[in-house]
Design a protein around this ligand. Structure first.
Ligand code: PLP
Length: 409
């Protein structure tokens, strides 16, 4: 007896983050907060050990008129002023392409909308083997297969593996849909160089001679890239896409505005002409109507108010935390190097991931917990959320982790 659609995976969800985070909280209660390192959390925490909620964002939100909070959005694709401000913020003048913006519930909405509407059941999505877990789940829920590319060759983006994965997917279908989570990749903290992006675009243009290509660029962490405005310049490389390539940028205010619970973001569709993106925009609009209907109106009003009236203060406040994140990551990366603790190439962002095989990872993860260090298991690695660790707790952590690793490896 089954009450759900055929073929869907009915096993309970395994949430590696929340279950370990719960253990960390229990340990903190039992042994005291200062004894526990909870590196599981994927949200930004301040030096006070509490979730950061930017004043500029929440002061603005509290001043949104009650009726604007209460009302439906003015369109299924988002309020026009929100779409204009969001496009300007994300692209920052780095694009000449035709564009459409569709408001979504966070980056999750934008990524899932792209996967589920650009691929049919049984087709294959190209994604990194080291990746945010939800990509797999989204594919699974839509009965879509995945083929994975290795992110790294030495310390650089593995273009060859990316090409091979694309070629594999193209063998059996007419469309190619690829995810690149960049900059500040979750969980490695890698960001492609502009040269690497140029190579990706050139290759996708080759693919587009025989296949329609959708490049899904998940930029969830972009506003915490250490280069700030410079980190958006790679988007100019999209100007060179062929007529048979569309770029969907998945943006979220979850991280950018420390607004995880407001569920607001957007898919920005870019193409060489309005005709190219006409079809995808129509389908995304109908998908929005058919699933979430419309997006949190108060959040959209807040975004517009911050962009129009408080941008400088918002940038100042946010950049303070970007610098804090950099301070924490500098400490961890430097100390890891000193003690020989291996991690994937890290440039910026919320997470640093130690590299190891899955067998070692499983033993190590347990051993870390025995020592009150709580982390997240990822494919061939252990994710350390420096976004939620204070500077104090970051200091000396790499050495402690290396010592524990030596007991299991
Ligand atoms: N993409 C990546 C890589 C993420 O890590 C996350 C959140 O953790 C998201 C997208 C989407 O987050 P949200 O739906 O809250 O915007």
């Amino acid at each position: 007896m089954s009450f759900v659609k055929n073929g869907v995976n009915t096993q309970p969800i395994v949430d590696n983050v929340f279950s370990i985070s719960r253990k960390a909280k229990e340990a903190a209660k039992k042994y005291g907060d200062d004894k526990v390192v909870n590196a599981t959390i994927g949200s930004l925490y301040g030096e006070d050990g509490k979730l950061v909620a930017l004043d500029t964002v929440y002061d603005s939100l509290k001043h949104v008129d009650n009726r604007n909070m209460a009302a439906y959005a003015s369109s299924f694709t988002g309020n026009p002023d929100f779409k204009d401000e969001l496009y300007a913020w994300v692209l920052n003048g780095n694009s000449k392409l035709a564009h459409e913006v569709i408001a979504t519930p966070g980056g999750t909405g934008a990524v899932d909308m792209t996967i589920s509407n650009c691929l049919s059941e049984g087709e294959t999505l190209v994604m990194p083997s080291l990746a945010w877990g939800s990509y797999n789940l989204m594919a699974q829920m839509n009965n879509i297969n995945t083929v994975k590319y290795d992110l790294f060759e030495g310390h650089h983006f593995n273009l060859n593996s990316f090409k091979e994965a694309c070629q594999t997917a193209m063998k059996s279908q007419a469309r190619l849909v690829v995810i690149i989570n960049d900059p500040c990749h979750n969980p490695s903290g890698y960001s492609l160089s502009k040269e690497e992006w140029k190579e990706v675009v050139a290759f996708l243009n080759e693919c587009s001679k025989t296949h329609s290509v959708v490049l899904l660029n998940d930029i969830a962490y972009i506003d915490f890239a250490y280069g700030q405005e410079q980190a958006k310049e790679y988007m100019a490389t999209f100007d060179d896409i062929s007529d048979n390539v569309v770029v969907v940028i998945a943006f979220s205010i979850s991280k950018s505005m420390t607004s995880y619970g407001l569920r607001c973001g957007a898919a920005i569709v870019l193409g060489q002409s309005d005709e190219v993106i006409y079809e995808i925009k129509n389908v995304f609009e109908k998908n929005a109507r058919a699933t979430w209907s419309n997006i949190n109106n108060g959040a959209m009003h807040m975004f517009v108010d911050v962009m129009k009236n408080h941008k400088e203060a918002y940038n100042e406040e946010r950049v303070k935390y970007v610098k804090l994140l950099q301070e924490r990551s500098d400490i961890f990366v430097k100390e890891a190097k000193e003690v020989g603790l291996k991690h994937y190439p890290y440039k910026e962002g919320f997470f640093i991931t130690l590299s190891m095989d899955n067998e070692t990872r499983d033993k190590y993860h347990e051993a870390l917990m025995d020592n009150l260090i709580f982390t997240v298991k990822v494919n061939n690695g252990i994710r350390v959320g420096i976004c939620s660790l204070t500077v104090d707790k970051t200091k000396g952590l790499a050495k402690r982790m290396k010592d524990i690793l030596d007991t299991v490896a």
